[in-house]
Design a protein around this ligand. Structure first.
Ligand code: ZN
Length: 273
């Protein structure tokens, strides 16, 4: 008998434009044999109301997962009381937006992994966590941390801040930003550039977020089922985009969801699972 495979999508309360029910329907449409379930935010679902003990240990763990210096790898440090306090406030106010902190993506996955109950810790369960935390991974060629949209693992994490911050904006954007700053107009920069480049990159609370995330959720699910979910075709939702324009092309502008190769592979998969 085939074993039922479950997909759990965990919500991020700050992402107002993220429609999880729509994402759930999408995964079911692409892979009908999967059982796809919506869940509350990851911490709330698994821990409920935080006890003083779990609040205290989670605050410590998250503070330790912070990347203090993006140019230094594998930083092990004792977090300062202020850093732990910040995490405690974040955990007790999950609806509040946070900005400016970069976390080590693999440490983040490790913290969340410990919270998954044993019966759901096997290959029949796919956990996909949306978070507003910005995370990065160490790039050995560049010798620095780079922000990422997603890390696929157990669980997979997808950042609603990362989709704005991680894929690079058009080169002209950076050039103009530099020029405005040199002209002594740093305040005008953000507004002016945002108007000029509107639509060319993804913004916070972007109304296209759900449509964009369809591809990232599928990458997470297929990472679990295939090992390697990525595609070379720039019009396929499985394309591993590094530029904002590539995200827009693969997730919004392309005339098809999946390239012919992956359409075929998905059909095979439906027969098998
Ligand atoms: Zn493809």
């Amino acid at each position: 008998m085939k074993q039922q495979i479950y997909v759990y999508l965990y919500s991020e309360p700050t992402a107002a434009s993220l429609d999880l029910a729509q994402l759930c329907d999408y995964v079911k449409k692409v892979l009908p044999p999967l059982e796809v379930l919506l869940r509350d935010s990851f911490i709330k679902f698994h821990l409920g109301t935080l006890s003083e003990e779990s609040l205290s240990s989670l605050s410590q763990d998250f503070a330790r997962a912070k990347v203090r210096n993006p140019l230094r790898r594998g930083q092990n440090f004792s977090p300062l009381p202020g850093e732990v306090e910040y995490e405690r406030r974040r955990l007790t106010n999950p609806g509040k937006n946070i900005w400016g902190i970069l976390y080590d993506g693999y440490k983040l996955v490790g913290i969340l992994q410990q919270l998954i109950p044993r019966p759901e810790c096997n290959l029949s369960h796919i956990h996909v966590v949306f978070t507003n935390q910005l995370f990065g991974t160490w790039d050995k060629d560049d010798q620095r941390y780079h922000a990422r949209v997603s890390i696929y693992g157990f669980p997979s994490v997808i950042s609603t801040t990362g989709i704005v911050e991680a894929p690079a904006k058009p080169k002209e954007y950076y050039l103009l930003k530099q020029q405005y700053t040199m002209l002594g107009m740093p305040d005008a920069t953000a507004t002016k550039l945002d108007t000029q480049f509107r639509g060319q990159f993804i913004d916070h609370a972007d109304e296209r977020l759900t449509e964009i995330m369809k591809g990232y959720v599928m990458q997470a699910v297929l990472y679990h089922l295939w090992g390697d979910p990525f595609c070379q075709d720039k019009g396929c939702r499985l394309y591993n985009a590094h530029w904002q324009q590539e995200v827009i092309e693969a997730q919004l502008e392309s005339e098809y969801d999946f390239c012919p190769l992956h359409q075929g592979k998905l059909q095979e998969l439906i027969q098998r699972i």
